[in-house]
Ligand binder design. Structure first.
Ligand code: GLA
Length: 420
């Protein structure tokens, strides 16, 4: 048999390339099979970060019950940086982090938590600190040596770059450094990351920055920040791109940062329903009982962390009231009735005349043929079943959040073929 010489060499080359560090790597898969949960310094503290704040936050994450509820990452956002040394390696700001990042990572790890850090694909971060441009491999190596577990990677001063390439470079650098790092893309949705970032990172921001207001836009001149409802509305058309290990990121939470309790509850419910990462942005050391109760409600968090990993769909809307559904494992559904109005609204939903079909996951509700038991996830109380129409009053800027569980005996009976 004659072998084609050229094809023999092609195979040899392919083998060599595949085994070499030049081969295209992959993201560290499986780090965010459900949306990541943690805390980040930016929303509350801006550039005012220090090792003391991070240590106290790690302690508070444990003592407040946040860790127990599933929060894991303690993330330092912008402004931790000092200068680069003569060889180009980045240093932490020595005044703010006198013990160094390695010691800080050890402290966080000792509490069973993980440490996150922030950088930027461009020359400078949004806060004017050194960016990673041209130093990607060095920075990834440094983070790995420090023991960093999470990288949020921003998009300031990146005008000359193409987003996909820039984020791929950092993905490769992280991979080469060898320490599993959750890679959180933050380019604000400018370059449609949902179309290309599934294999690049674990989540991508879909919008500009949030700020603690339920229904407002803040105009800074060259950029705007967005309220909760504005961010929700920007998710239109994106749900098909989200799933286990690759999430649409609606930005960090503002729960506990000045909105009313109703608004905080609605904000948290929306992020949960939309499978956005749950990265809190308040001061964990001094949060009120009310804030802690919202952030640690396990039944609500279970909707976010459901293994099916499907982002909610809006079934209908009327008079500023929206009906959202999220298919969950084992035939369950979460339902959110969102009242966008400032005033309360009476709502009714007749299961006998409604149905939900999710084109993305293929899930379908089975009312009226199957009875679902209802549980109100914020009060923790049973809320009847789907044999009788739902009637409720939803306060202004608030939600009704229910879990629907099929009564399996009825479901099985409904599906059982007729006897011969
Ligand atoms: C950008 C990001 C924010 C925050 C700041 C830090 O605006 O979108 O989330 O990281 O930079 O400067």
């Amino acid at each position: 048999m004659r072998t084609n010489k050229n094809s023999r060499y092609t195979w040899l080359w392919l083998l060599l390339i595949a085994g070499s560090p030049l081969a295209v790597a992959q993201k560290f898969s499986g780090l965010a099979n459900t949306p990541q949960m943690g805390w980040n310094s930016w929303n509350k503290f801006g550039c005012n970060v220090s090792e003391q704040l991070i240590r106290e936050t790690a302690d508070a994450m444990v003592s407040s019950g946040m860790k127990e509820a599933g929060y894991q990452y303690v993330n330092i956002d912008d402004c931790w940086h000092g200068e680069r040394d003569a060889r180009g390696f980045i240093q932490a700001n020595a005044e703010r982090f006198p013990s160094g990042m390695k010691a800080l990572a050890d402290y966080v790890h000792a509490r069973g938590l993980k440490l996150g850090i922030y950088s930027d694909a461009g020359w400078k971060t949004c806060g004017g600190r050194p960016g990673s441009r041209g130093h990607e491999y060095q920075d990834a190596l440094t983070y790995a040596q420090w023991g960093v577990d999470y990288l949020k990677y921003d998009w300031c001063e990146a005008n000359a770059l193409k987003a996909e390439g820039a984020y791929l470079t950092m993905r490769e650098a992280l991979r080469a450094a060898g320490r599993p790092v959750l890679f959180s893309l933050c380019e604000w949705g400018d370059n449609k990351p949902w179309e290309w970032a599934r294999d690049v990172g674990h989540s991508w921001r879909t919008t500009g920055d949030i700020y603690p207001c339920f229904d407002c836009i803040e105009d800074h001149g060259t950029w705007k920040s967005w309220g909760v409802l504005q961010i929700l509305d920007k998710q239109e058309g994106l749900r098909q791109y989200a799933g286990p290990d690759h999430w649409n990121d609606m930005d960090m939470l503002e729960v506990g940062n000045g909105m009313s309790a109703n608004e905080d509850r609605a904000h948290f419910s929306i992020w949960v329903m939309m499978t956005s990462p749950l990265i809190t942005g308040n001061d964990l050391r001094s949060m009120s009982k009310e804030t802690a109760a919202i952030l640690t409600n396990k039944a609500v968090i279970a909707v976010s962390q459901d293994r099916a990993g499907v982002q909610a769909l809006r079934q209908s809307r009327q008079d500023g009231v929206e009906y959202w559904f999220k298919p969950l494992e084992h035939g369950d559904w979460a339902m959110m009735v969102l009242n966008r109005n400032a005033e309360p609204r009476s709502v009714s939903f007749d299961w006998n005349h409604e149905s939900v079909t999710d084109d993305v996951s293929g899930a379908k509700t089975e009312f009226p043929s199957v009875r679902y038991e209802l549980r109100n996830l914020w009060t923790g109380r049973p809320a009847g079943n789907t044999t009788r129409a739902l009637r409720a009053t939803v306060p202004g800027h608030d939600v009704l959040l229910l879990r629907l569980s099929p009564t399996h005996s009825t479901a099985a009976a409904a599906r059982r073929p007729p006897r011969e």
